[in-house]
Write a protein that binds this ligand. Structure first.
Ligand code: AMP
Length: 193
């Protein structure tokens, strides 16, 4: 059962409107499926578009943000639930543990780092949850190519490519989440390269 998902996405608002629309569309779909959304509590960019969409559709959303970002007033002011953490590590750990799955929309280094962290944890059997990459406009192509390169050059095994799922638009996210691999049966043996 997927009741809560964590969405990683961009703070930047300067991006092509296709990306912002995808974040809004995902917010709408999560509400339609009664899924609680966890995200980084930002008010700008894809984060803002996602949150505004969930709020406009009367869904449930929780933002998790470190105190230093609150001090900069980077947080979304209209969230009913905001969890303030002391550190970035605490924030990411809470975001990951509170949700049943992770979804990555396009973003900058923050989003990429959050995505790589959950993939790494999943390889180590520390994160037995689905991970879906929403590859809008082929944005993640170079990152996917890098991961494939890691497999090709035997830094990872071909089985490790099952750690994540790739979709091209928000409409495909939910059915992919429901069908995707969440646990591996081999524990830490899975991680062995
Ligand atoms: P990025 O994908 O680099 O835009 O990173 C998104 C992540 O960056 C968020 O989860 C935050 O850790 C952080 N971040 C960067 N700028 C902001 C901002 N203006 N408001 C909130 N979070 C931000």
């Amino acid at each position: 059962m997927i009741q809560t998902v964590c969405v990683y996405c961009a703070a930047s608002a300067k991006v092509d409107s296709t990306y912002l629309s995808a974040a809004s569309q995902l917010g709408q779909l999560l509400v339609k499926h009664k899924i609680h959304c966890i995200y980084g509590a930002g008010k700008t960019g894809l984060m803002g578009a996602l949150a505004d969409s969930v709020l406009a559709n009367k869904g449930k959303i929780t933002g998790i943000i470190p105190q230093f970002m609150m001090d900069q007033n980077w947080h979304h002011n209209e969230l009913e639930n905001t969890i303030v953490t002391n550190t970035m590590h605490e924030r990411k750990s809470k975001m990951a543990s509170m949700a049943d799955a992770a979804i990555a929309l396009p973003g900058g280094c923050g989003t990429i780092e959050e995505l790589m962290e959950v993939i790494t944890w999943k390889q180590l059997n520390l994160y037995p949850k689905p991970i879906v990459i929403v590859n809008i406009k082929g944005y993640f192509d170079p990152l996917i190519e890098m991961l494939n390169k890691a497999v090709e050059e035997q830094f990872m095994r071909p089985e490790h490519a099952k750690l994540w799922e790739i979709v091209t638009n928000p409409n495909e996210v939910l059915k992919t989440l429901y069908n995707s691999l969440s646990t591996n049966q081999n524990g830490l043996n899975f991680a062995v390269v």
